[in-house]
Design a protein around this ligand. Sequence first.
Ligand code: NAI
Length: 729
Amino acid sequence: MTTQGTPSAVRYDKDADGIVTLTLDDPESSANTMNDRYAAAMGAAVDRLEADVAAGDVAGVVIASAKKTFFVGGNLSQLQALTPQDASTFFAGIEGIKDQLRRLETIGRPVVAALNGAALGGGMEIALAAHRRIAVDEDTARFGFPEVTLGLLPGGGGVTRSVQMLGLQLALMDWLLQGQQRTAAAAKDKGLIDELVATRDELIPAARAWILAYRDDAEAASQPWDRPGHRIPGGTPSTPKLAQLLPAFPANLRKQLKGASYPAPRAVLSAAVEGAQVDFDTASRIESRYLTKLATGPVSTNMIQAFFFDLQSISSGSLRPQGIAPRTVSRVGVLGAGMMGAGIAYACATRGIGVVLKDVSLAGAEKGKEHTAELLARKVAQGRMTAQARQEILDRIVPTERTTDLEGVDAVIEAVFEDAELKAKVFADVQEVVGTETLLCSNTSTLPISSLAQHVDRPEDFVGLHFFSPVDKMRLVEIIKGARTSEESLARAIDLVQQIGKLPIVVDDRRGFYTSRVFGTLITEGVALVEEGVDPATVERAATMAGFPAPPLAMLDEVSLTLTQHIRAEAEKDAAARGTTLSAPPGSAVIDRMVEEFGRKGRAAGAGFYDYPADGPKRFWPGVREHFTTQRTEVPLQDIQDRYLFTMALETARCFEEGVLDSSAAANIGSIFGIGYPPITGGTAQFMTSYPGGLGGFVARARELAAAYGDRFAPSPWLEARVASAEGL
Ligand code: NAI
């Protein structure tokens, strides 16, 4: 079927057995998405199918795909651009797409979805409108509804059909609320897929065989929810047993989100529960309404930017210098087997890289290797890894105390104590042993890369690789380009970070780089509020309600109060060397008293803003209220939250201004994946540009905060100029 010579996004073929194959094949893209081409083509295909069925010569329908994946979901560029003004058009559009799928599932002939590859979001929704789902049993393809992770919900029938099929509890927990993506085998275990075939070649024959076996079976050609007497598994909200459980759902969600207002999971919950109490078509319309609200609102715009576009840009190496041949690392030397070194060894070994793990003693190095053994043992116990695979990974890590064992490694990653002299000595020793081609990386969190590089013969091969703790969980790596780091080394560092499955952002070598510097402003703001007399519980709660995964005082305890004192002293020394003086950041006096007067240095020392009892969860140290917040100042909640969000965003703007950063994608991904900037904002850069009124609105609000709370919120002339020239960041 073609329109004016353009191939259709849904091909229609009927064979001699009367089996119609609808092949999804977007002519203008390498993957199928739910765009206008799909809607028009699917509409035409269903019209034709209805006519053929009426003529009596259709045995059944196979929905197949001509792409590598089956169908990857909504059209995110279109979805991202939606504003509240688009609500009624969008609602009508989504209802139109759903009407086609409804007509397909009630056509009276068996319909099979032949899942040759990933079916996500809209793709899974098309598959759910079939009467049977057959997938190829491959490890690489994923199935599920990731919408919630982009601030959306599966509004193409995904909520309604999964609830009807699996019941409220399983649909919500296994698929909808967290946007889980699973392999075909796991999706079959969890009831979303009916049958697996071993290879792609067996897929269409299996679909056809099922149709031919059930061509005259009216029940097979209907959905469970259209059969008389259908009940949702587990019951509806009025079923007493479920009614008892139901109040816990929003409560758990609230707990999980720590009170933050993530609209998508709430909307999923509402659509599912409200939909379970009404007929299918009404449920479907309720779902469309909730999707419309989410899709036309700001949070989905932000989350699509960060979690789709920016993530894709960073993972595809957009920051990598061009024209340099990619390199892979087969052996790496990790220096220092402490917390970070052990984590880096794990990250490399699990990705197939051989690791020479060196510490001052063999016992120390072995202890570092033990970290990998423990993490993998957990996976084996959970059935997520075989004992053999675990052993293969462990065999890749060779612990040692001898520098000479580093001979021939492709890269060195140094993670010894944070001490410039020690690092200089370690690199001086290592460069004698490793080849002249070895990339030299330091995981320093604070020391300038350019000065560390002065101690090696090949400063152009020296680069900062700033990992985050715990390394096995944190996906970000901040790559720091020293004054003399070559483009080639930068490319190699990016290749290495990608090889171990992490996200590389590239920043310039300034104090605090990007992430630590911006993170520092959040902590400063938390302590500043304590200094102003705001109750510590309010200080913390305001942050979690704004969407920060961890609040500032708790984070300060984690990084230790003494570290912030040390960083402040270094910054003062720097300023003195430049002949200027630095005024201490707000809250410094509180930190100094905490450490010096009360001996409360942070979590590692067992005492900070919190107490850490051995037999229970941490709790606020009563002394904070006794000594610091006695006057109980009230600052409006919105202001506290804005102070956190703005201080970090403004510091990010300064990073752009100083050339530390030159990519919004890096700013967004770095802030969300490295330092917990709220995902609903889309990251620090997205927060500024998508603020109501755009960057101009952001700057206006920053001026208000500056007038009320201090000059640190004053937008710089550079930022003001960006607004005036409408250039953006
Ligand atoms: P750590 O104290 O846990 O480990 C340091 C290890 O280096 C110890 O096992 C020590 O025995 C070993 N070491 C000392 N001298 C050595 C030498 N000459 N040769 C080989 N090994 C030697 O410290 P951690 O936390 O792992 O930090 C290491 C580096 O990573 C520091 O530069 C730190 O600033 C940086 N970093 C730390 C982060 C954190 O969250 N802890 C985050 C990012 C970077």
